[in-house]
Design a protein around this ligand. Structure first.
Ligand SMILES: Nc1nc2c(ncn2[C@@H]2O[C@H](COP(=O)(O)OP(=O)(O)OP(=O)(O)O)[C@@H](O)[C@H]2O)c(=O)[nH]1
Ligand SMILES: [Mg+2]
Length: 442
């Protein structure tokens, strides 16, 4: 997500850091580059200009500091404004749903409403479980336009482990009423209502939602927006807001090649929070929208915090810390390397992980595939070493390498390549240590 924007910005920043001073000319050129980047990312012109106005004000208001590198100075200003633009440092993300409450989910056809409902249920249940509680959630649909819509919700509800109710009524308003009755009679904590989408905003759909809104008076209304639709999603959000109103948006399909313009424009023009972002098709693929992380991401610095969180979800922190310590004291060996490769597996596909790493937009799908093949080969090679060889890689002479290569069904050259990668990994750890990034572990 935001890869496109981040590519553009990295280009500008790199270019700026190569020049020695912030001069009127290079600042003007930087503006143009940022502007082009945003426009190409499908951010509407009015939003782009409003953003640049803020950046300009900040730049003129600031004394050019000779001690700061021009790039650094400009980056800081762009960063700070981008952050404000995306909701600021202390923006509240996610929503605390009242108990009991009706939650109405709205959005265009195919935006991801039904999938998002299942993800939300999973999220709410998981949050409750962590506090030793249970959530009693009912989901139901009032979408009678697409025959399979209700079946899809039923299947997803089952996966998420929440109750689903199929109404006898077959008109939206009557179905909404019936669902509300079941919700109250069975004392559920939440009723999450899936509504029908349309290809475009149309009056009939809006009126239907207005009626349901009047009838149920949902405590929470969420708009699901497909991040891939770019500028269009902004006008969709504006229409929904004018006719029905909503509390926050959930942006879906952020895992795609979306240019990120939607999130950018939405935050600025609607002034409403983006509660969550959808980053895949599975139940777990719902993340909080954190403006600070997103800003860093847009600027091409990667999203190390999100990566760390992902890692923590799957790997015990103990394993991580002992690994980090080994890195620092230099006792990191091939056995640890093997464990690390296994950790990568646990954390999910390489593709997902790389999304969060700095400069990852330079990695093409081809390179990714190559990397995966390489990882598999490395695992096979380490697998055919003896325990001793894994612990003391220095033991690996020519004849041992040959034996290992035979065992793993690879060439001796492949074994050397693994050893080279292992060395690089150690060097990288040393560098990280110097930069103090691993300080908290030492
Ligand atoms: N990659 C990706 N796909 C998503 C995401 N959210 C939803 N999808 C996919 O988008 C498609 C449409 O999702 P639905 O949940 O059916 O959308 P909907 O808004 O309920 O559609 P209608 O009921 O037809 O109005 C499905 O194939 C989903 O799997 C996401 O965050 N990432
Ligand atoms: Mg649906």
């Amino acid at each position: 997500m935001f890869d496109f924007l981040s590519q553009k910005f990295s280009g500008v920043l790199q270019w700026l850091s190569n020049s020695h001073k912030l001069t009127e000319e290079n600042i003007a050129e930087a503006y143009m580059k940022v502007r082009d980047g945003l426009l190409e990312a499908d951010v509407p012109l009015t939003v782009v200009d409003a953003f640049l106005e803020q950046v300009k004000l900040a730049v003129t208001g600031q004394k050019v500091h000779q001690a700061l590198k021009p790039g650094e100075q400009f980056i800081k200003i762009v960063h700070d404004n981008l952050l404000t633009f995306l909701g600021g440092k202390n923006a509240v993300t996610g929503i605390t749903f009242q108990i009991p409450s009706v939650v109405m989910i709205m959005g265009l056809q195919g935006s991801g409403k039904t999938t998002t409902i299942a993800k939300l249920c999973h999220f709410m249940k998981e949050q409750a479980r962590q506090r030793g509680k249970q959530r009693h959630i009912l989901v139901g649909s009032v979408d009678f336009y697409r025959p399979a819509a209700i079946d899809q919700l039923e299947i997803l509800a089952k996966q998420a482990g929440v109750d689903f109710y199929r109404t006898k009524a077959t008109t939206p308003l009557a179905a909404a009423q019936e669902l509300q009755l079941v919700f109250k009679q069975k004392s559920y904590e939440h009723l999450i209502l899936d509504t029908a989408g349309r290809l475009h905003i149309d009056e009939v759909m809006m009126q239907e939602l207005v009626q349901i809104n009047k009838l149920l008076m949902p405590k929470h209304k969420l708009l699901v927006l497909d991040a891939m639709t770019g500028q269009e999603s902004l006008s969709v959000a504006q229409s929904f807001n004018a006719k029905i109103g909503f509390d926050a948006a959930i942006l879906t399909k952020m895992d795609s090649d979306t240019r990120g313009g939607a999130a950018f424009a939405f935050r600025f023009q609607l002034g409403k929070p983006i509660a969550w972002v959808g980053s895949g098709e599975k139940l777990e693929d719902l993340e909080s929208f954190v403006p600070e992380r997103m800003t860093t991401r847009i600027l091409g610095m990667g999203d190390l915090q999100t990566l760390l969180e992902k890692a923590t979800e799957n790997i015990s922190s103990q394993t991580q810390e002992s690994m980090a310590r080994k890195f620092i004291d230099g006792s990191f060996n091939l056995k640890d390397f093997q464990e690390q490769l296994q950790m990568l597996d646990k954390m999910g596909s390489m593709q997902k992980i790389l999304r969060y790493l700095p400069g990852s937009h330079q990695i093409t799908p081809d390179m990714m595939e190559k990397g995966q093949v390489e990882t598999k080969r490395f695992k096979a090679i380490i697998g055919s070493m003896t325990e001793n060889e894994r612990l003391v890689p220095a033991l690996l002479d020519g004849s041992r390498k040959k034996r290992i290569a035979n065992g793993a069904g690879v060439s001796a050259q492949d074994v050397n390549q693994l050893l080279q990668r292992f060395e690089e990994c150690k060097q990288f750890a040393k560098m990280m240590k110097k930069m103090g990034k691993l300080k908290r572990f030492s």
